[in-house]
Design a protein around this ligand. Structure first.
Ligand code: FAD
Length: 314
């Protein structure tokens, strides 16, 4: 049995969730080989080879692999997968785009978003927006698995010396072309990997009031999150949305301000290590998952909180 892990990277460095995926892959009872598909990404191959959990790096280079396109990546993974019992990637936008295409091409059922490896063919995954867990046994000869990155610790990144094997690229896919990438640049930590997240909900009332959240996030070096109601109302852009249809976050500290705690929101943050909720309604469901709850008007509580943080910093 051997496990093929698809690395996510930007040709310069490995994306953080790949480290969590390697940890999950190493629990599937087989050697973990990582497939790296890119262009001029020798440094990435080297850093992957230094991860002790990785037993081999398969490295493919081509100009049409410069920018990630599932249509170009999947034929190569399908070709290489012949020798593997498991194909694994993260259940983020990268894996959610790529893996169904691979599973369909191999005619096998994908097991998505697993949070625990029970054995080589049995996995735990959340269902009903995280309100229940299903134990899923895959009877396919080959398994296609996406893992929920935040449920696994990142793997060690040094001390290993796996061989790097160059493999041939597959042909460029004729019908889809990469045109351009538009990214929101921010000095803040990325929402999906931040250690502290401060989120605002409909209770913020408008976009300007989100400054109260931003000021606190600045002090705590935090990412900014939001409920879907806040996003839908236009207070903040949708890349900040946390929840079932937004991002799943597991920071050390999650501060929910003016958020009621609907199950779809909880699905994205309830695994956070410490949850603080500020809400003026003592009956709000967010308090049922909060480690610390403050029943207060946010327009009074947040300025006081900021004042205390300023004192700590001065
Ligand atoms: P509300 O539920 O309106 O809560 C606002 C809260 O602010 C209230 O608890 C109120 O007491 C409090 N408040 C108001 N004023 C103040 C004040 N001055 N001081 C303190 N507290 C105050 N939601 C998500 O968040 N993420 C998702 O990914 C998501 N996906 C969804 C997918 C589907 C298929 C569906 C059907 C829904 C989804 N939702 C999602 C929406 C979800 O059901 C809720 O509607 C949403 O989370 C509510 O956002 P909210 O808590 O900000 O707003």
């Amino acid at each position: 049995m051997s496990v093929l892990l698809i690395a996510e990277h930007n040709n310069k460095e490995v994306r953080p969730f790949t480290l969590n995926a390697i940890t999950a892959a190493s629990q599937m009872d087989g050697d973990v080989h990582v497939i790296l598909i890119g262009n001029n990404c020798g440094d990435v191959a080297k850093s992957l080879s230094e991860m002790p959990a990785v037993k081999k790096v398969l490295h493919a280079e081509a100009a049409h692999y410069e920018n990630y396109l599932a249509e170009n990546f999947s034929p190569l993974v399908v070709k290489v997968s012949e020798n593997y019992s498991h194909i694994v990637s993260s259940a983020n936008t990268f894996g959610k785009n790529l893996m169904p295409r691979i599973a369909a091409n191999l005619d096998i059922s994908q097991v998505s978003d697993i949070t625990k490896v029970i054995s080589a063919d049995t996995f735990l995954r959340p269902i009903y927006a995280g309100n229940a867990f299903a134990t899923v046994k895959s009877t396919d000869v080959k398994k296609c698995i996406t893992i929920r990155p935040t449920s696994f610790e990142p793997c060690e990144t040094s001390g290993g010396s796996a061989p790097i094997e160059k493999i041939d690229a597959t042909e460029e896919f004729a019908l889809s072309k990469f045109i351009k990438r538009e990214e929101v640049k921010s000095d803040r930590p990325e929402l999906g990997t931040a250690r502290v997240v401060v989120s605002g909900g409909r209770g913020m009332q408008n976009g300007e009031n989100f400054k109260l959240i931003t000021d606190i996030a600045d002090k705590l070096n935090a990412a900014i999150g939001a409920s879907r109601a806040a996003v839908d109302a236009g207070y903040i852009s949708n890349e900040h949305q946390v929840g079932q249809t937004g991002k799943v976050v597991v920071p050390d500290l999650y501060i929910a301000v003016g958020i009621s705690g609907a199950i779809q929101h909880l699905a994205g943050m309830k695994e956070s290590k410490i949850i603080v909720a500020i809400n003026k309604d003592g009956e709000a469901p967010i308090f049922s998952v909060a480690d610390y709850g403050l029943e207060a008007d946010l327009f009074e509580a947040l300025p006081q909180f900021l004042e205390e943080l300023n004192k700590l910093n001065s």
